[in-house]
Structures are given as structure tokens and as C-alpha cells.
Design a protein around this ligand. Structure first.
Ligand code: SF4
Ligand code: SF4
Length: 284
């Protein structure tokens, strides 16, 4: 029965690996989780973390093309050169950080490329800074240059899925206007949560830590040549990097975080388990 399901999920993943998963068909999402876990289980591949990160991003891009937001709630206001949203602290999973490190290593080691120097300027300012200070001081991401992302092809999931339905709301947010909220397409938010929960479910299944790390510091760690292999071998190479694992507030996780944790459990069960926990999204 288990092997049978694995075979079905593999087929599903193969089909949707090309066109993206269908967020309205649970089996395709479970198939994505199973496929990602299979990549992470290939112990002979010492680069399997960055490979899995790149695969998750590829599936996200395919999914967004086919099943993503198509303007139902109005036009997206985002344009190249508009970077108000990049003045905040971004987090990324270890899979994404190793994927980024692999994609950026040549530029990182090239002294003529301003990437590293710009990054270091921001890092010096922000290392150890609480998230709230970063946000309220509107400190730019270390990869923001002339209003545009300088690591566009390697950017993490959070940046890929962020989209605004109102530039004025972004400007209000940037200027710390009280109560400013940036309206985002529901579909974009759904895809972000699904891919992220899928990544975390696959990581949990393979015994890997699925927390989100502060991107800049995390990337610097991931850039160390043997960091990926050491992390895969169980070494806590990200010790000391701020992460989102701590309870969001005294008294426990916020409701949104609890719902996300439940989604990770549901995805894990859908891909590998038997007894689906009660949830508002899927049933067998
Ligand atoms: S989210 Fe807002 S600030 Fe960022 S690119 Fe889009 S419109 Fe500009
Ligand atoms: S990585 Fe790029 S898109 Fe993401 S916050 Fe930084 S500059 Fe913006």
C-alpha cells in the first residue's frame, strides 16, 4: 500500500514537476513533497540540499506560471526598480541558502563584482539586530542595488512570491504610516505557503531542520565551501544565525504559525503517513 502510494506520488510529481503542482489537487502537492524528500534522501549526493532548494524554486516558478495569480483582484503594481519592499529582513530555509550560495559563489569570489562589498556594508550594520529594529529603520537588504535586486535569479521564495496590489500602500508601509498594510493577491500568498510548507515537510521527513534563517548571515555561512556537506552530516553550521524557530510571542506560537505547523503535518502525512490530522484543507 505504502509502496503503491509512493509510486503514484512519484508519477504525480513527474507530471507536475514540469508544469507546476495544482494547488487545488492535494495529491500533486503531496507528490512534490515526496519528490523533494527523495532528493534529500540521496546520501551519495553531498550537494543534495542546494539541489533540493533549486528544485523547489523551479517547481514554484512552473506552478506560478500555470496556476498563479492572473489579475483576478486587480493589477500587480510591482516593477523593476521599485524596491520599497526590499527594506526589511528576509528569511530563507537552509535549502534555499545553499541554492543561493551555489548560484552566487563565482560572483562572491570575484573582487570586481560589488556584490560582496555591498552585502558586507549592510551585514556590518545589521548582524545581531532584532527583526523589529531592522523593519522600523527600513534597512535595505544587502542585495538591493539601485532599486533592483542584484541576485534576482537566485533570490529566495519569499522574494519571488511577494507582490503588491497597491504601490501607495507599499510607500505608506515604507514611511511607517500607522496601520499600513500592503494588499497582496490571495493566490500569491497561497503558493508561498504551500511551497514553504512542502519544503519544511520534506525536510522534517528526512530529519533536517526546516526553520527559516536570516538570509544575509545565513548565506555567508552557506558560502563556506564545505558548509553544505557538514550541515547534511548533522553539524549545526547555522548556530548563531537568527532564525524564526523561537515562539513569536510569550505564551506560544501565534495562530498563523500554528496553522502553518498543521499544514506541514498535513503535507507530511499526505506524502508519507496514514492518519491525516483534522484540518480545514484536505482529507483522504
Ligand atoms: S511589493 Fe511594492 S515596493 Fe515591492 S516592487 Fe511591488 S509595488 Fe514595489
Ligand atoms: S534578495 Fe533581492 S528581492 Fe529579496 S529582499 Fe533582497 S534585494 Fe529584495
Amino acid at each position: 500500500m505504502r509502496d503503491q502510494r509512493r509510486a503514484v506520488l512519484k508519477e504525480v510529481a513527474k507530471e507536475y514537476g514540469r508544469t507546476g503542482y495544482n494547488p487545488d489537487r492535494a495529491m500533486t502537492i503531496f507528490g512534490f513533497v515526496a519528490e523533494l524528500a527523495e532528493i534529500l534522501e540521496k546520501r551519495s549526493n553531498s550537494r543534495r540540499a542546494s539541489f533540493a532548494g533549486a528544485h523547489a524554486i523551479k517547481v514554484y516558478e512552473a506552478t506560478a506560471r500555470k496556476y498563479g495569480y492572473k489579475g483576478e483582484q486587480g493589477p500587480v503594481h510591482c516593477k523593476k526598480g521599485c524596491g520599497y519592499c526590499c527594506h526589511t529582513r528576509v528569511t530563507a530555509t537552509a535549502l534555499e541558502l545553499f541554492m543561493m550560495a551555489r548560484g552566487l559563489r563565482a560572483r562572491w569570489n570575484d573582487d570586481a563584482d560589488p556584490l560582496k562589498a555591498r552585502f558586507r556594508r549592510v551585514e556590518t550594520q545589521t548582524r545581531g539586530m532584532p527583526k523589529e529594529h531592522w523593519v522600523t529603520n527600513r534597512i535595505p537588504c544587502g542585495f538591493l542595488g539601485e532599486g533592483a535586486c542584484t541576485v534576482y535569479d537566485s533570490r529566495p521564495l519569499t522574494c519571488r512570491t511577494y507582490a503588491s496590489l497597491s504601490l501607495p500602500a507599499c510607500i505608506d508601509w515604507f514611511n511607517l504610516a500607522p496601520g499600513a498594510v500592503v494588499p497582496q493577491p490571495d493566490r500569491a500568498q497561497l503558493l508561498r505557503v504551500f511551497i514553504l510548507a512542502g519544503m519544511k515537510a520534506a525536510m522534517a521527513h528526512t530529519g533536517l531542520e526546516g526553520v527559516g534563517f536570516e538570509m544575509g548571515h545565513g548565506l555567508e555561512v552557506a558560502m563556506v565551501p564545505d558548509a553544505e556537506a557538514r550541515w547534511l552530516a548533522g553539524e549545526n553550521v547555522f548556530a548563531g544565525v537568527a532564525n524564526d524557530a523561537a515562539p513569536a510571542r510569550a505564551g506560544g506560537r501565534q495562530a498563523g504559525h500554528e496553522a502553518f505547523d498543521l499544514m506541514v503535518d498535513v503535507f507530511k502525512t499526505g506524502a508519507f503517513g496514514k492518519d491525516m490530522p483534522p484540518n480545514p484543507w484536505f482529507s483522504w
